[in-house]
Design a protein around this ligand. Structure first.
Ligand code: TRP
Length: 432
């Protein structure tokens, strides 16, 4: 299988808790180390504005905390593309292109919007009372996040499945109107990842106010764990592992052997206080080394800012040429290209062209020249002429979107816009 692009975003509206760690951060960091995937992880701070309207300090704080958390948990920004949504101005531009092909009826059916309308109706309010257009448009912004990088796989929680389906619908509408520009993304649900119980035994969630912050200082972590609800069985009485929040939390961090040990202790009547101490120690064993890194990072926001800016550069190396191609596709085109394109079609003026040739080193090369013969793109040597031809075919099919995959074999000699315009000349989707 070819390189799979995996992309996911985290809304920057809160402080990461153990549930986020076990359910999303830990599996994602592990997955990011697999070969044959190209990973995009981003801080969805535009999305955060929808939930945190009027609390700018919280958005900023949460962005810092979440970035520091991912880095402390082992995400390697050299290996993946780790960026902040709002550093990519092409995202809101694409959001608009997609808005214009999205049925309003599709958005009417979004769960989050429908739930708001249902609440209003139940309270005998106007259906849209208190609903912002931001909430309504949430799925379109999310589709732009995904489609901008032509992600194949989007790992998310179950509550997000509908959003990925909508991204597919929106991509299809765009492709239908303007040609095959977007890959249809697939949702990836981590079936075997446990949802963690919170302090009160219900699912750990900010909305229940029952979370344990992942990087709570040690003392606070102990205190919170001591507050987990249990039943009233006394020391010496055997205890049920089934339905025990404490046991489930332990299991999410411990090996099978350690878990069996604790199950034995439950059967043997371990006191709740002792069981909690064991949980605390096991959790802290995994978290403490990361906490040191986290605290260090939190003391140096400038360093994180730098890391994010570097990530944005990587992301924009894809987003900028791709957006140029999309602009061309929808008809946002420089006017002077009109005359040239028409004349070129009529055979009066030369069109951009690929030239393939062999050098004295025995290797096969190609280059892309614009209509005036200026060098736009130069390949490095291919040992096989077929490979060079295939690379040309890819660029002719996919336009600028084909560039990232060939990045190792190309040297760009011109600006992104000039390159994208020349390539758009070949793509089947963008005939004038
Ligand atoms: N809506 C997602 C959430 O709240 C966050 C998100 C924004 C996202 N854009 C995305 C997830 C794109 C995956 C892909 O969990």
């Amino acid at each position: 299988m070819s390189l799979q692009r995996v992309l996911t975003g985290i809304t920057t509206s809160g402080t990461p808790h153990l549930g986020n760690y076990v359910g999303a951060i830990r599996p994602t960091v592990r997955a990011s180390r697999q070969p044959d995937t190209q990973n995009f992880y981003f801080l969805a701070d535009y999305h955060a504005l929808i939930k945190t309207g009027g609390d700018p300090a919280r958005v900023q704080r949460s962005t810092l905390e979440i970035a520091a958390t991912w880095l402390a948990c082992g995400l390697d920004p050299e290996r993946v593309t780790f960026y902040r949504q709002s550093d990519i101005p092409e995202i809101p531009e694409l959001t608009w292109f997609l808005t214009c092909v999205t049925g309003k009826g599709l958005l009417n059916r979004a769960h989050a919007y429908k739930a708001a309308v249902d609440r209003n109706t139940a309270a005998a309010e106007e259906p849209d009372a208190g609903v912002t257009a931001g909430l309504f448009m949430y799925p379109v912004l999310m589709a732009a996040d995904i489609l901008m990088f032509n992600a194949h796989q989007v790992p998310v929680g179950r509550d997000q499945i509908q959003h990925i389906e909508m991204a597919r619908d929106i991509a299809s509408s765009f492709n239908h109107l303007y040609g095959e520009h977007f890959t249809l993304p697939d949702v990836v649900i981590e079936e075997h990842v446990a949802t963690l119980p919170g302090l009160d035994g219900r699912k750990m969630s900010k909305s229940y106010d029952n979370t344990i912050p992942l990087f709570a200082p040690k003392d606070q972590l102990r205190k919170l764990i001591m507050g987990i609800v249990t039943d009233s069985r006394a020391p010496g009485e055997p205890k049920d592992t089934e339905g025990s929040a404490l046991f489930q939390l332990f299991q999410a961090f411990a090996s099978a052997e350690e878990t069996d040990d604790l199950a034995l202790a439950y059967a043997g009547g371990i006191a709740w206080g002792d069981a909690k101490q064991r949980l605390f120690e096991r959790l802290d064993q995994e978290i403490a080394p990361m906490r040191v890194v986290y605290e260090e990072l939190m003391r140096d926001p400038a360093q994180i800012e730098k890391t994010l800016k570097k990530g944005a550069e990587k992301a924009r190396a894809i987003a900028t040429p791709f957006t140029a191609r999309l602009r061309h596709a929808v008809g946002l085109r420089p006017l002077d290209s009109l005359a040239t394109a028409k004349a070129a079609k009529a055979g009066k003026i030369a069109a951009p062209s690929f030239k393939q040739y062999r050098e004295s080193d025995g290797m096969f090369y190609f280059k892309l020249l614009d209509a005036k013969g200026q060098l736009l793109l130069q390949s490095t040597g291919f040992s096989n002429p077929k490979d060079a031809a295939q690379a040309i075919a890819r660029l002719q099919q996919q336009g600028a979107a084909g560039l990232p995959e060939l990045a190792g074999q190309l040297v760009q000699r011109s600006g992104d816009d000039a390159l994208a315009t020349a390539l758009a000349h070949f793509t089947p989707a963008t005939d004038t």
